[in-house]
Every structure is written in structure tokens, then in C-alpha cells.
Design a protein around this ligand. Structure first.
Ligand code: PFF
Length: 462
């Protein structure tokens, strides 16, 4: 093997946890999960989601970090080193998926920046009844406005490139260390505030009382756990490759899964409490746009809303940023590790390529008709359009396939010696190693194959 300089490491164990939690916690928790929980009528969906985080998410996350730390490489190099040429295609798949997800994720992330600006304007200048009635319409107009879509997508990509160009310790870890605690504090404040509102009790009952659930709901919960934990495309392989030898993989993984789940549940409580506190819920569809069309009005109708509303959008934007950083890092680290590019050049070049490709998604919300109706993969109203097609492809196909291959690789191909060694802590072998291995060998592949099988049969779970 060729000699290479020592790999940059996280400055601390907490640095890894915050960066990995930052990757996991994002629009998936604050935007997707609450409306999915609402749409699927709460209780059972939340329960199944929790089960799939514990049974599939956690073991696969540990597997990804094992691959990364053992190989000290980003996904392609990691599979090449540990598994050989054929397995390296799993790494290539991961990089392609990172590229795809970031290209459209950054468009929605851009909306949060736009709404942060809007809310600041409303908080300072006043939120009028006309503003309230026009929310849906003005969001629609914003979506159809091509230059605005490109501008905010560009701003978000610019921020992401800026952080990644500074590297692991100087950029990613530093940003995560500041932003993640801030995010917890803001969310905690919002949660406390929601306890005082009339909708709180009903929100808790809705989220935690099990009821009937459809097969589609079960599949959605499984797919969502992959997306939300950033699994199946090598983000955790990449972050794991910067992890110090002394850090415990099982402990870090449990922590990241707990934080990610806690935030998703807290965000759902906050949003559902606002919704259930309203007299008129008729206009509250289970639509994906509630974050932008319904919430601002609700914020300004509640006490403290002038402060809480910009804070909330700041929180969502920050959470999205720590996720886009990890998506870009997966692609950039390939160019650094395998092609010896320098970090700044790789960040800018890759970032610009992703930005350019993302323009197609940015223009697919009505700005360009052919992009908005583009639907070669799945022709349903929610999935139509370039953005919807990419999200469908990534969440329903590519992440589960990546996760399946990762589980099979670590469960069946990596020698026990290697996995045991990586998972051992300073105190000795990992407790429950046999159970982890069993789950990875059997439960994960069967569970994930089932999702893929159902997708092939046409069940919808996004
Ligand atoms: N986990 C992020 C979220 O929930 O918003 C999305 C994501 C980030 C998916 C990084 C995949 C990834 F590698």
C-alpha cells in the first residue's frame, strides 16, 4: 500500500459526535418527519420509526463507521482497501448518491434561508392580515420564480463549499461545535413554549398513541430512518474515517441515533402542538409545504412569535447546513483521497458541479414546465418534476440499496477479527457483539430487501 500522510482527525470525541449528529439532523427531521408523522396518524408510525432506527439504523451506522475508521478512507478507497475492486463500486454509488441528494437538498435548504429573511422582515416590520392570507400564494410565487430559486440554492451551496473548503477540524468540526448546541437550545426553548399552548396535549396523544397503520406507512418509516440517519451512501464512512482510534464506535453511534430521533420527535411535538392549537385545521393539508405556508401565520398568532419565528427558521437553516456539509464532504473526499486534489480546489469544483446540476431541480417547481412535469420514474403528483424524481430515486432506491450492500459487506465479508477490534472499547470487547453481527447478517438484509421488493412492486413510501 502506498504511504500517505496521517489522516486529519476530529479534534475531540465530542467533535465527531456533533459532526455526525449534524449530518443526521437536518431537513429530514425538521421538515420531512413531522409531516410524515402527521400524515400517517402518529402513534404507530412513530413506534415503527423508533424500531427501525434501533434495529436497522443503529447497526448499519456502526457498520459504516467501522468501514471508515478501519480503512481511513472515504467510501471508494475504503471499499477498495477492505473489499477489493468489485466492492469499490458501492463507494462509487455512495458518491453518486451524495451528489444527487445534495443537488436537490440544497434547493429546499435555500427556502429556509429565504424564510429566515422573510420572518426577520415580518418581525421587524409587522405581520399584517394580508401577509397571513397571502402565505400560500406568495410561497407558490417564490417556487415558480426561477432566478430566486437559483439564487437561494446558490447561496446555500456557497455556504456549504465555504465550510468544507476549510477541512475537517477547521471547517466541519468548528461549525458543528457552534451550531449543534445552538440548535438544541433553540429547539428546547420552542418545545418549552409549546407546552404552554392548548394544542400540546393533543400533539402528545397523537404522536404516542398507537393506532392502525398501512403498509405504506411502515415502508415510509423504514425509508425515512435511512434518510434521517444519513445512512446508505457513505456519509458515516467518511466521517468515521476521521475518527480517532480511542473513540468508541458503539457509544458514538448510540448517541447520534438518540439525538437524531429526539430532534425529530421534538420537532413533531412543536409543529403538531401549533397545528392542534388552531381553531381551523381545514386548510392544514398533510402537504410537504406546511413549513412555509402554514407555520409562519401560526407563529405570528402565538405569544412570542415575533422572536420565535425567525429563530425557528434559523434553526432549520443551520440544521440543513450541517447536513449539506456532510453530503459535499463525501464527494469532495473522493477527489482528495483518490485523485490527490487539494481540498480547496476539490470543494469549489465539486460544489460548482453540484450547484449546476441542482439548477434543474431549482427550476422544477413551475419555473420551467418541462422540468416541472418531468416524470420518467414515477408519475404521481407528489413525485413529478425533476426534484421529485431525484428524491424518489435516492430515498426509495439508492439509499436502501447502499445500506443493504453495506450490511452484507460488514456482516458477511469483513473478518470477525476486524469488526471485533474496531468495536472494542478501552474496557474490552463490545457487549452484545454477537447480537449486532446477527442483526447485520440477517435482520438488516431481510428488512431492507423487503423495502426494495415493495418499491419494485410499486408501493409508495416517500
Ligand atoms: N440526514 C439528513 C437529514 O435528515 O436531513 C439528510 C442526509 C444527509 C442524508 C447526509 C444523507 C446524507 F448522507
Amino acid at each position: 500500500m502506498q504511504e500517505r500522510p496521517a489522516r486529519e482527525n476530529w479534534a475531540s470525541h465530542a467533535g465527531f459526535i456533533l459532526a455526525a449528529a449534524g449530518s443526521a439532523i437536518g431537513l429530514g427531521n425538521l421538515w420531512k418527519f413531522p409531516y410524515m408523522a402527521y400524515k400517517n396518524e402518529g402513534g404507530s408510525f412513530v413506534l415503527i420509526y423508533l424500531a427501525s432506527v434501533a434495529l436497522i439504523g443503529l447497526p448499519v451506522m456502526m457498520a459504516e463507521i467501522v468501514i471508515g475508521r478501519r480503512s481511513q478512507r472515504s467510501p471508494v478507497g475504503a471499499f477498495l482497501t477492505l473489499g477489493g475492486k468489485a466492492w469499490s463500486s458501492v463507494g462509487v454509488l455512495g458518491i453518486a448518491v451524495g451528489f444527487i441528494i445534495l443537488s436537490y437538498y440544497s434547493v429546499v435548504a435555500g427556502w429556509t434561508v429565504q424564510y429566515l429573511g422573510r420572518c426577520l422582515g415580518w418581525s421587524l416590520g409587522g405581520f399584517t392580515p394580508e401577509d397571513a392570507t397571502n402565505l400560500g400564494e406568495s410561497f407558490g410565487a417564490f417556487l415558480r420564480n426561477g432566478p430566486s430559486q437559483i439564487l437561494f440554492h446558490g447561496i446555500f451551496m456557497g455556504l456549504t463549499i465555504g465550510v468544507v473548503a476549510f477541512g475537517v477540524k477547521g471547517g466541519i468540526e468548528r461549525v458543528a461545535k457552534i451550531l449543534m448546541p445552538l440548535l438544541f437550545v433553540i429547539l428546547f426553548a420552542l418545545c418549552l413554549n409549546s407546552m404552554r399552548t392548548p394544542g400540546f396535549g393533543e400533539a402528545i396523544r397523537y404522536l404516542f398513541t398507537p393506532g392502525p397503520i398501512s403498509k405504506g406507512g411502515i415502508l415510509e418509516a423504514l425509508g425515512q430512518s435511512f434518510f434521517s440517519l444519513s445512512l446508505g451512501m457513505g456519509a458515516m464512512i467518511t466521517y468515521g474515517s476521521y475518527m480517532r482510534r480511542e473513540s468508541s464506535i458503539p457509544r458514538a453511534s448510540v448517541m447520534v441515533c438518540l439525538l437524531d430521533t429526539l430532534i425529530a420527535v421534538m420537532a413533531s411535538v412543536i409543529m403538531l402542538a401549533i397545528i392542534f392549537g388552531q381553531q381551523d385545521r381545514s386548510q392544514f393539508g398533510a402537504s410537504a409545504t406546511i413549513l412555509f405556508t402554514t407555520l409562519p401565520r401560526m407563529f405570528y398568532e402565538m405569544p412570542g412569535g415575533t422572536v420565535l419565528s425567525p429563530l425557528f427558521y434559523l434553526l432549520v437553516a443551520l440544521a440543513a447546513l450541517t447536513s449539506t456539509i456532510s453530503l459535499l464532504e463525501v464527494v469532495v473526499s473522493f477527489f482528495i483521497d483518490q485523485l490527490n486534489w487539494n481540498r480547496v480546489k476539490a470543494s469549489i469544483a465539486v460544489g460548482l458541479a453540484i450547484f449546476s446540476f441542482g439548477i434543474l431541480s431549482a427550476l422544477s417547481f413551475g419555473a420551467v414546465k418541462s422540468l416541472s412535469t418531468f416524470a420518467p420514474l414515477k408519475d404521481t403528483p407528489e413525485d413529478a418534476g425533476f426534484f421529485g424524481q431525484l428524491d424518489y430515486l435516492a430515498t426509495n432506491w439508492l439509499l436502501p440499496i447502499g445500506g443493504l450492500l453495506i450490511a452484507v459487506f460488514v456482516g458477511w465479508f469483513l473478518p470477525n477479527r476486524t469488526t471485533r477490534d474496531e468495536l472494542a472499547t478501552a474496557k474490552g470487547p463490545m457487549a452484545g457483539y454477537g447480537a449486532w453481527k446477527f442483526v447485520l447478517r440477517f435482520v438488516c438484509p431481510i428488512g431492507i430487501s423487503w423495502i426494495i421488493y415493495e418499491v419494485i412492486r410499486g408501493a409508495k413510501f416517500n
